[in-house]
Design a protein around this ligand. Structure first.
Ligand code: ADP
Ligand code: MG
Length: 355
């Protein structure tokens, strides 16, 4: 083969760098919904309203009543690698917020027509920042933030071609909000599509987390999910060795009869973040080894709480994957947590029969 002609090495323009980053973070409208709801929750919102037009392709608007952004920082929010959530490596290693990469808004702004409207808490005025022109104008609104994303992928028609029907994109957007809603019963969510209210999950302020979770599970997945599942509440014993920190797994696991043909009701969270992780799903599945046969899929909503320094969330740009320092420990906790929960009602039945 003839040698390739030499081309000079050049630094890419900022806009193109953001568009490349967007390719990793934004696959479809639901990815934008997830990022914007993450931001709303990080801002301490107790109510999040998502409005969509044409499955999110024409418009995604996420409104929150969180802390807001002060006027002079609005333009920074759209910059690459600009974040209020971490400041150094130590922060990164113990990050407790959903976001920390400071990439989402810049990436989304590079592939769509964006605007932020915000009124910071304690401020008397609200401002709108146009993401394209950088123009700032006063608006009227109560405390909190609305991010509007119009004409997603208008500049990247190749991506736009991969989108499915509006109905399918809408279903993915709803699923993205559902995942957040199951982690935050203390926050109210509403989803509007083409002017119609399609989902509404009211916030539950009950101080007992299990009671609050049950209410949210019933609202989001149906009361049958709660009725046909058992409470999981498990903690690895710290006494085994001084070096073993505790992992807590709690939530609800479906009884074997509640299993489905598809794995569409398996929700795993690590420190409040929805994740897709083989260690967790395998751990949960193995608890059903003797009671579920064939390809039946258990249902569950399980929440892993672990020291943030023992899990790396900076593995994937979308943060849907994590890496555990000790995955065996987490696998065991999932397995034993679900096993104990499934065994408890049977043990109680046996005891009642014996007495
Ligand atoms: P990250 O969430 O990783 O910090 P983003 O690009 O998503 O990066 O957001 C950049 C910054 O903009 C955030 O760190 C935050 O300070 C601010 N921000 C974004 N959305 C909101 C919101 N809904 N409410 C308050 N501040 C926000
Ligand atoms: Mg973010």
């Amino acid at each position: 083969l003839p040698p390739l002609p030499r081309r000079p090495i050049r630094e890419l323009p900022d806009e193109l760098i953001s568009q490349i980053a967007a390719g990793e973070v934004v696959e479809r409208p639901a990815s934008v919904v997830r990022e914007l709801v993450d931001n709303a929750l990080d801002a301490g919102a107790t109510q999040v309203t998502v409005r969509l037009l044409a499955g999110g392709v024409r418009l995604i608007s996420v409104e929150d009543n969180g802390s807001g952004i002060v006027r002079d920082e609005l333009h920074i929010a759209f910059k690459r690698h600009a974040t209020s959530k971490i400041g150094n490596l130590q922060d990164l290693e113990s990050v407790a917020t959903m976001g920390f990469r400071g990439e989402a808004l810049a990436a989304i702004n590079s592939i769509a027509d964006c605007a932020i409207l915000s009124r910071a808490s304690g401020e008397s005025a609200a401002y709108l920042l146009d993401g394209r022109t950088g123009e700032l104008s006063p608006v009227a609104r109560s405390g909190g933030t609305t991010v509007e994303v119009k004409e997603l992928f208008y500049s990247t028609p190749a991506r736009r071609k991969f989108l499915k029907t509006d109905a399918t994109e809408l279903a993915h957007c709803v699923e993205a909000v559902r995942r957040h809603a199951l982690a935050r019963p203390d926050v109210g969510f509403a989803i509007w599509s083409d002017g119609k209210l399609v989902e509404q999950w009211r916030r539950c302020e009950h101080p007992d987390p299990m009671t609050a979770l049950d209410q949210r599970l019933a609202d989001v997945l149906g009361s049958e999910f709660v009725e046909r599942s058992v409470v999981v509440n498990y903690r690895t014993s710290a006494t085994r060795s001084d070096l073993t920190p505790t992992v807590r797994v709690w939530g609800r696991a479906g009884i074997p009869d509640a299993a489905r043909s598809r794995a569409d009701q398996q929700f795993c969270y690590v420190n409040g973040r929805f994740v897709r992780d083989k260690v967790l799903t395998h751990g949960a599945r193995s608890a059903y080894e003797d009671v579920l046969h064939g390809h039946r899929q258990p249902v569950y909503a399980l929440y892993v709480e672990i020291d943030p320094t023992r899990v790396d969330v900076n593995v994937h740009p979308t943060k849907i994957e994590v890496r555990f320092r000790d995955s065996r420990e987490v696998h065991q906790a999932m397995r034993h947590g679900v096993e104990d929960a499934l065994a408890a009602p049977r043990a109680a039945l046996a005891e009642a029969a014996a007495s």
